[in-house]
Each structure stands twice: as structure tokens, then as C-alpha cells.
Ligand binder design. Structure first.
Ligand SMILES: C[S@@+](CC[C@H](N)C(=O)[O-])C[C@H]1O[C@@H](n2cnc3c(N)ncnc32)[C@H](O)[C@@H]1O
Length: 230
């Protein structure tokens, strides 16, 4: 698995652009929508306890493409990945963020270290048999009351299916729907699980985002976020 994404350290952005070009949208648009969603979670979920820093963890951060869009969202953001070459690129591009390699099935952090842990387009690359452990590890590194956010491709959206089919690094992808993500979260001990579909409309305008949120329960958007409390 590590070697798989090591080959895309220099070309990750261009490869994603190539697979979504047919939609007329750019990678930036997707990254900004995910960052907006994560910022909303940090705000909504009252993650700041007293005066303590809000700590975020990006599990499977890859080359750190999302991190410039999250500037200021957390007091401290960490990223980890199994791909050492992706992490080297992430370190070059985002020198203020701490990146750590995942070298075993255990995430390289202490229990309860984070307020919010997210994994964006990672789980479909984790073999189904390894997913329960992946979710348990996300639960372990969150403090009591911390939030997990799993962002995934919506397998019921035909345009998403085309993008995945066209993306060379998705050759190993085993997509999972929001129901399956929720089940994995529940089995790992998470509570108050909810899903929202997003990236339905090709606009980042506030009105478009409002419409998307009104329709978020329906499996229409290109991706979904499954959110749960530890
Ligand atoms: C499609 S990329 C997504 C990268 C980034 N999250 C983003 O949204 O741009 C998937 C990433 O997940 C990483 N990955 C896959 N399995 C992993 C695991 N078990 N633990 C940590 N990272 C993993 C891969 O190395 C790759 O960098």
C-alpha cells in the first residue's frame, strides 16, 4: 500500500485533475468544500475545551493537498500516512505541519491526543478486512467527546463512479457507502453518528451550499462525510 501512493508524490494533483476533468471542475473546488465542512465541524462541535488548543489529525493525508485550505482551522494539525514519499512532499509544501509515517497497524500517536480526526478519501484504499482496526485506531487517538469525520466517495453517484474509474491510483479502490461507514464507526465504539452528502452542485456560493445541506440526507452528492463522537 505504501508503495502504491509513493509513485504519485510528484503528480498527485495532476492525476486527480485528469480524472475529474470531464466534470469541468477543478481539484481546488473539492478541497475547498472539504475544508469548509471541517471548519464547520470545528465550530459547531465546541471542540475547544477551556483554553486548550484544538488539535486535528488528518489520517492518510497524502501529499497534504488539503492543508493549505485548513490554515487556522486548528491550533495544531498533524498528518500521517503510510506513503513516505507523499509525506516528504507534504513536509516541503506545508512546513508548519507535523507529519508522521504510519509504519504499523497502530497510529503513531498516544491515546486521546486529538479533538478531531478525519480521513479524506482514504478508507476506500484500506482493504475491507483492515477497516475495523483503522476505525478503532481513529477512536483510540481521539479524546472522550472528540469527533471523527470520514469523507468518502459516494458510490451511488454515477459521476463519482466515472472519476474513480478514470483515476489510476484508484485501481485498488473498494468503495463504501455512508451506511457502511456508519456501521464501521458504530462497531468501533463511536456514538451520535450522522452522514451528510455534499459536492452536489458545481458552485461554492452560499446559496448552493445551503441547498446542498438541505439535501444532504439523500445520497446525491459526489462525496459524503460521516461524522461521529468518540
Ligand atoms: C486518495 S489519497 C487521499 C489523500 C488525502 N487524504 C487527500 O484527500 O488528498 C489516499 C491516501 O491514503 C493513504 N493510506 C491508505 N491506507 C492508509 C492507512 N491504512 N493508513 C494511513 N494512510 C493510508 C495513502 O497512502 C494515500 O496517501
Amino acid at each position: 500500500m505504501s508503495e502504491h501512493f509513493d509513485s504519485y508524490d510528484a503528480s498527485y494533483g495532476e492525476v486527480v485533475e485528469g480524472s475529474i476533468r470531464f466534470s469541468g471542475l477543478q481539484h481546488d473546488f473539492f478541497l475547498a468544500a472539504k475544508a469548509d465542512l471541517l471548519r464547520r465541524l470545528v465550530g459547531e462541535r465546541c471542540l475547544r475545551q477551556g483554553g486548550a488548543d484544538v488539535r486535528g489529525l488528518d489520517v492518510g493525508c497524502g501529499v497534504g493537498a488539503l492543508h493549505p485550505y485548513l490554515d487556522g482551522a486548528f491550533d495544531r494539525l498533524d498528518g500521517c500516512d503510510v506513503s513516505q514519499k507523499s509525506l516528504a512532499r507534504a513536509r516541503r509544501d506545508n512546513p508548519h505541519i507535523t507529519y508522521t509515517a504510519c509504519t504499523t497497524d497502530r497510529l503513531p500517536y498516544q491515546d486521546g491526543a486529538f479533538d478531531l480526526a478525519f480521513a479524506s478519501c482514504v478508507v476506500h484504499h484500506v482493504p475491507p478486512a483492515s477497516r475495523p482496526n483503522f476505525f478503532h485506531e481513529m477512536r483510540r487517538v481521539l479524546r472522550q467527546g472528540g469527533v471523527a469525520c470520514i469523507i468518502e466517495h459516494n458510490p451511488y453517484n454515477p459521476l463519482t463512479r466515472i472519476a474513480v474509474f478514470r483515476c489510476p491510483f484508484d485501481e485498488d479502490a473498494v468503495l463504501l457507502g455512508a451506511g457502511e461507514a456508519a456501521r464501521l464507526l458504530r462497531d468501533a465504539g463511536f456514538r451520535y453518528i450522522r452522514s451528510e452528502h455534499f459536492l452536489l452542485l458545481p458552485s461554492a456560493r452560499p446559496f448552493a451550499r445551503k441547498v446542498e445541506r438541505a439535501l444532504a440526507a439523500l445520497p446525491l452528492g459526489a462525496q459524503y462525510a460521516c461524522v461521529a463522537y468518540a
